[in-house]
Design a protein around this ligand. Structure first.
Ligand code: NAD
Length: 265
């Protein structure tokens, strides 16, 4: 497996060279309806990535008291704006706005976050992981994949994507018993951990020697960013935190935008 930081850097250079020769502008609009510092940081990261590859990024920051109707009107406008390649609505939204309704109202053609159930795009995190594995010529077929966590943005779509690659997929969740977790970990070739608990996987578990782990978790311990896994697990490859799945997730957004462009939308 390539070092993720280098892989993403190379991919971005490739995309930059591709984008600079296009005769049309690719543009992403980000709608933000919160004053959440974590969202500010994610948005800054996304805009920086876009800038690096020559894609235009525009932030529309709305007041937190924006009504649901006003937001829906803006979404409708962007759905119909041919100069906008794709757009995303940064979560979380204020309580008076129905998140599911908002997700459903984004045109599936422009939903580069993969939020709409009808979206043509896979959610960014699973898509980033699968793209990376494919670019590393990973052989998926008939291997055992273990997805820990069943959220709508990571665990479930992750399992679905691995199933499409003909893996044997198991999903575990908060009701899974510890002894069963041990059993499945021991039999897995590929493990995706998206739980949100530090030290969830440690070297107390027995791993397959060919096991590859993607650590999706983001946790803070005394200001330090850590994943769900201890560092240096006895496995063939483990994605680091930071500098791992987060980078692949960010790259995935750009890849989805290019796909919208390629589809001529
Ligand atoms: P979530 O809270 O929606 O889901 C957590 C899942 O973990 C749940 O499905 C739950 O059933 C499962 N779980 C909890 N305790 C468990 C246990 N003891 N055994 C097995 N499963 C258990 O979270 P999410 O949105 O899927 O995110 C998970 C983590 O990944 C968080 O730390 C989040 O910050 C991080 N995240 C990172 C990225 C990235 O780009 N790196 C993207 C999305 C989420």
């Amino acid at each position: 497996m390539k070092i993720i930081k280098e892989y993403v850097k190379n991919k971005k250079e490739e995309i930059f060279n591709l984008v600079k020769n296009l005769d049309i502008e690719i543009k992403l609009v980000i709608i933000q309806v919160n004053n959440d510092p974590a969202s500010d940081a994610y948005i800054r990261g996304k805009l920086k990535d876009l800038n690096e590859v020559g894609i235009k990024g525009e932030l529309i920051k709305l007041e937190v008291n924006t009504t649901q109707d006003e937001l829906l009107k803006l979404i409708n406008k962007l759905n119909n704006d041919s100069t906008v390649t794709g757009f995303i609505v940064q979560m979380p939204l204020p309580k008076h706005i129905d998140e599911e309704l908002i997700k459903r109202s984004i045109s599936p053609d422009k939903d580069v976050d993969g939020f709409n159930v009808l979206s043509k795009f896979n959610p960014a995190t699973p898509n980033g992981i699968v793209t990376y594995l494919k670019d590393n010529n990973y052989h998926f077929e008939s291997k055992n994949a273990l997805v820990i966590g069943r959220s709508n943005i990571v665990g479930r779509p992750m399992a679905e994507m691995l199933l499409k690659e003909n893996m044997n997929v198991t999903i575990l969740h908060s009701y899974t018993k510890k002894e069963d977790l041990k059993f499945y970990v021991e039999h897995a070739n590929l493990i995706i951990v998206a739980v949100g608990k530090p030290h969830f996987l440690t070297n107390d578990f027995k791993f397959n020697e060919d096991t590859i782990i993607f650590d999706v978790g983001i946790n803070r311990i005394n200001g330090k960013l850590v994943g769900d896994c201890d560092e240096n697990l006895n496995v063939k490859f483990q994605s680091p935190v930071p500098g791992g799945v987060g980078l692949l997730t960010r790259l995935s957004l750009i890849l989805n935008l290019l796909e919208v462009y390629n589809n001529g939308i």
